[in-house]
Design a protein around this ligand. Structure first.
Ligand SMILES: NC(=O)c1ccc[n+]([C@@H]2O[C@H](COP(=O)([O-])OP(=O)(O)OC[C@H]3O[C@@H](n4cnc5c(N)ncnc54)[C@H](OP(=O)(O)O)[C@@H]3O)[C@@H](O)[C@H]2O)c1
Length: 247
């Protein structure tokens, strides 16, 4: 894939890991389309990327159902001038709550963003990539999907679904040249968990890396899987978790 002529759609590209991915891809010459709800943060992200010579657009969207993902995919195709080469399914929420305290609307909200949005974005964009014979999709999961951690049933199960979908999509679209892979981050300092930084430090103190990740460290792995440097990697899950799931 020639980075200078490609376009990447990054959901949740206005904060944390997604924004770090947008910055790194833009530095490689990729036109990045970042999506999120907050217009101020979106415009700021785009302005910062443009200020360093990158090409970027913001699309405001609330990914809550299949229609919103279809609209986003259509807009990204328009902005790209006809073709989205890279899709990063990064937007995700991770609310805490015991199963018996979880309300149906919480269930719907988490699954809508963490599962339904990637599902229907892939349904829209993977066939277009397949027609062109090339594309890369990276799903952002979590180390929590590997374990039974108290209080994160919605989050960990939704990401476990995404882990399986990565393999299914590798089977469905891999033969047409579309590589689909997962990055599974460990605890990472981002805006989304800024109020929990002490908890993150404590959670990670006993693992091999001994600290949470910086968003840029997770983004490095996502960019690797999104670009031709990983041309023979299909349907894989790359743990970037400081050894969290190794011990
Ligand atoms: N941080 C960690 O420790 C960690 C660890 C493992 C895995 N992950 C995964 O990594 C991904 C990114 O996490 P992060 O911590 O970088 O996130 P974050 O800082 O909380 O940012 C979340 C992003 O998703 C967007 N978003 C949230 N709800 C949305 C909605 N309904 N529609 C459209 N966009 C929405 C947000 O934009 P707006 O607010 O403007 O909508 C923002 O750009 C997530 O999938 C998360 O599960 C994170």
């Amino acid at each position: 894939m020639n980075s200078n002529q490609s376009t990447a759609l990054i959901t949740g590209g206005t904060s944390g890991i997604g924004r770090a991915v947008a910055e790194q891809l833009a530095k490689l010459g990729v036109h990045v389309v970042v999506a999120g709800r907050n217009a101020e943060r979106g415009e700021q992200t785009v302005a910062e990327i443009r200020a360093t010579g990158g090409k970027a657009n913001f699309v405001q969207t609330d990914l809550r159902n299949a229609q919103s993902t279809r609209t986003l995919a259509k807009r990204a195709v328009e902005l790209s001038g006809g073709h989205v080469d890279i899709l990063i399914n990064n937007a995700g929420i991770y609310p805490y709550g015991l199963t018996h305290e979880t309300k149906e609307e919480d269930f719907e909200r988490v699954y809508a963003l963490n599962v339904k949005a990637p599902y229907f974005l892939v349904a829209e964009l993977a066939p277009l990539m397949a027609e062109k014979g090339k594309g890369a999709i990276v799903n952002v999961s979590t180390n929590a999907a590997e374990r039974g951690i108290r209080g994160v049933s919605l989050y960990s199960s939704s990401k476990a679904a995404l882990n399986n979908l990565t393999k299914v999509w590798a089977a469905e679209y891999g033969p047409s040249g579309v590589r689909v892979n997962t990055v599974s981050p460990g605890p990472t300092y981002t805006e989304g968990n800024a109020s929990m930084s002490e908890t993150l430090a404590e959670m990670t103190s006993q693992m091999p890396a001994g600290r949470p990740a910086a968003a840029a460290e997770i983004a490095e792995a996502i960019v690797f899987l999104a670009t031709d440097r990983s041309s023979f990697v299909y349907g894989a899950k790359l743990a970037v978790d400081g050894g969290f799931t190794a011990i």
